[in-house]
Design a protein around this ligand. Structure first.
Ligand code: FAD
Length: 608
């Protein structure tokens, strides 16, 4: 069957045969095991669909039958290992030889012709009219969005090309636009031009951003690798960009996905549904292992923990000061609110190379570039709550995220925004592009830290708008990451978030994912002032939402829960008024009650 054993394409077959011969020689030289070269060859006969019937067990059975009586245990184990290796090579060789074999390819091609491939055939024929060779046509087709490699492989088979050429060419073609796409998306104009497609991609890929880098890598590879409508390398690249994945992680993961999709499509095209299902099962198994690594002990996040993890004696503050600020680099800046939101809020990921560590609940200072108009002095520092856990969104411990609302000035006379009076620092941050430098100070503050010593502590997190930022760090630490704190946590964390409308909700997809995973331990309540009404028929402000659960909130505080408040200063009077009214109704002395909570560090406020 093998017309030229020296063809590079038949290398695997040679190795397979050689490895079986090696075993045979090793055993037969001692007269203990007999498997002739012709026997070995019969194992590697190219039976394209029948090779599956040759199992490693059958080869092992041979080995066991012959060896069990005379061969010592160590050697039997070695024989088993060798048999598995040989079997692996044999299987690969069979697949390779089968697909190289022109007759087989022709047979398969004939089979493939029967599959209706109208769009792919039409596109291929169109490009052929320009005199482009078939391999060139395939490269172009696999580079096209929507069609991609999954559309190109059946076309290649239909063209009568051997799969050994079709597969690598389609993988290459599919990957060609990905790197430029990842880089071009960093250009604001292009990004804006692609906004409708990006919005679609965002919907498809939002779940990919959760978890460690390994998890993100495996999720993206699986997303790209399983040929389903709407998935693929193009959508994957857009998703990776939107999620701020580092370029290398995104590119290698998409490559793995494209190769997987190629294998699945090849299997489907050559071996029908059964082949496709087998390849898909193998990919899912692999992805499952990778995904579990991201969240299992091997992916444990503990390199930034104190000893014990809850010990806050060495929490640093003000390491970098105004006079010698740290220079961070923007990794990504992404608008995170919908079109009907009141104003713009951005999620900004900053690279600190691991040189600017912080704890959840701390803030970073940012010094905007330039000087003040009034006196020509450098701008003063502005504080921003850190919106990621100490490990950063990518879990490397080398990045931190901010959640920044663009401050604008509405001029009542102009009845429009006055750009001359827009907020200096928030606009600078929301306009940053990847690679931009940011002068930073801090970390600042200890009031919003999580007292983790008692893992049964309940947390009540009250926030308006960007006030949710520190809570994102808390929630990732308690529920998303594989930290000792998350492992130990047995309490309940309750988030009350107030914004104007559902388009202005921040990180809703993340909260929903956590809620799904931890329905008992994570509670979530929104106050949407312009969409919901309170019990009295008025606008639903944050205090109205808390009031709905006043009894539970008071009970929890009575039992040692810690309550946090973060956001605009204006939120506090309404909340305090409501709490005072409830306290009165319950016969509690409000002033004493608050005093007691503060003394026990159960009352934590950071408003601005
Ligand atoms: P500035 O330039 O300081 O201007 C402030 C406001 O004045 C703006 O609304 C501006 O439009 C207006 N203004 C400017 N000129 C005039 C004028 N001539 N007349 C009238 N009005 C004018 N913010 C966040 O977005 N996210 C956070 O997570 C966050 N965390 C914080 C944490 C802490 C502990 C603190 C103290 C603050 C936090 N802030 C946060 C607020 C942040 O520090 C800034 O105050 C905010 O971004 C506005 O700064 P700016 O430089 O953009 O505006």
């Amino acid at each position: 069957m093998v017309s030229s054993p020296f063809k590079p394409g038949n290398f695997l077959a040679a190795v397979a045969i050689a490895s079986v011969i090696a075993q045979t020689a090793a055993f037969s030289s001692q007269g203990r095991f007999h498997l002739s070269v012709s026997n070995a060859r019969s194992f590697v006969q190219p039976k394209p669909l029948g090779f599956a019937s040759i199992t490693s067990t059958s080869l092992e059975a041979h080995l066991n039958d012959n060896a069990s009586q005379t061969v010592p245990l160590k050697r039997r184990v070695a024989a088993k290992i060798l048999s598995r290796v040989a079997f692996g090579f044999c299987s690969l060789a069979l697949l390779h030889m089968a697909t190289l074999e022109p007759a087989n390819a022709a047979r398969k091609a004939k089979k493939a012709v029967e599959v209706p491939l109208h769009l792919g055939q039409k596109i291929a024929n169109y490009f052929r009219t320009f005199g482009i060779p078939d391999l060139g046509v395939l490269t172009i087709i696999s580079a096209l969005p929507i069609v991609e490699l999954r559309g190109a492989i059946p076309v290649g088979i239909w063209m009568g090309l051997p799969i050994s050429k079709v597969l690598p060419v389609c993988i290459l073609g599919n990957m060609i636009p990905i790197l430029p796409l990842l880089l071009l998306l960093r250009n604001k104009t292009l990004k804006n031009a692609m906004n409708p497609i990006l919005t679609q991609a965002e919907k498809k890929t939002k779940e990919l951003g959760i978890g460690s880098v390994q998890k993100q890598w495996a999720s993206l590879a699986t997303f790209v690798g399983i040929p389903l409508p709407g998935t693929g390398a193009w959508t994957g690249a857009m998703g990776a960009f939107l999620l701020g994945m580092p370029l290398a992680v995104a590119f290698t993961s998409i490559f793995a996905g494209v190769v997987s999709a190629g294998v699945i499509m090849t299997a489907i095209t050559l071996a029908g549904k059964a082949g496709g299902i087998a390849a898909l099962a193998a990919l899912l198994l692999y992805a499952g292992i990778e995904l579990s690594k991201g969240g299992s002990s091997s992916g444990k996040q503990d390199f930034l923990e104190a000893e014990p993890y809850w010990d806050q004696t060495n929490v640093s503050v003000n390491v970098y000061k105004n006079k010698a600020p740290f220079v961070g680099k923007v990794i990504s800046t992404k608008r995170i609110v919908g079109p009907k939101a009141t104003g713009e809020t951005c999620h900004i990921i900053i690279d600190h190379k691991g040189d600017f560590p912080y704890w959840e609940g701390q803030s970073w200072g940012v010094i905007p570039p330039g000087v003040r108009e009034k006196d020509g002095k450098p701008h003063s520092v502005r504080l921003y709550s850190i919106a990621s856990s100490r490990y950063g969104d990518d879990m490397t411990g080398k990045t931190g995220s901010l959640c920044v609302r663009r401050a604008t000035y509405w001029c009542p006379e102009l009845k429009a925004d006055d750009p001359a009076k827009k907020g200096i620092c928030s606009n600078f941050l929301c306009d940053t592009k990847p690679g931009d430098e940011v002068q930073m100070t801090g970390p600042a503050g200890k009031v919003m830290l999580l007292p983790e010593e008692n893992p049964n502590t309940d947390y009540i997190m009250v926030g308006t708008g960007t006030g949710v930022a520190p809570y994102r760090g808390f929630i990732r630490r308690l529920f998303v990451e594989n930290t000792p704190a998350a492992e130990a946590y047995k309490g309940q964390a309750w988030l009350f978030l107030g914004v104007a409308n559902s388009d202005a909700l921040l990180y809703d997809d993340e909260w929903q994912a956590v809620k799904k995973e931890h329905p008992e331990q994570f509670r979530l309540d929104y106050a949407l002032s312009r969409e919901q009404t309170n019990a009295k028929g008025g606008k639903m402000y944050i205090q109205d939402k808390i009031e709905e659960y006043a009894d539970e909130v008071f009970n929890k505080l009575e039992n040692g829960a810690v309550i946090y408040f973060c956001g605009l200063k204006g939120m506090m009077p309404g909340i305090q008024e409501m709490l005072e009214t409830v306290a009165k109704k319950k016969g509690i002395d409000y002033e004493e009650w608050i005093k007691g909570l503060k003394a026990k560090k159960q009352w934590r406020v950071e408003v601005y």
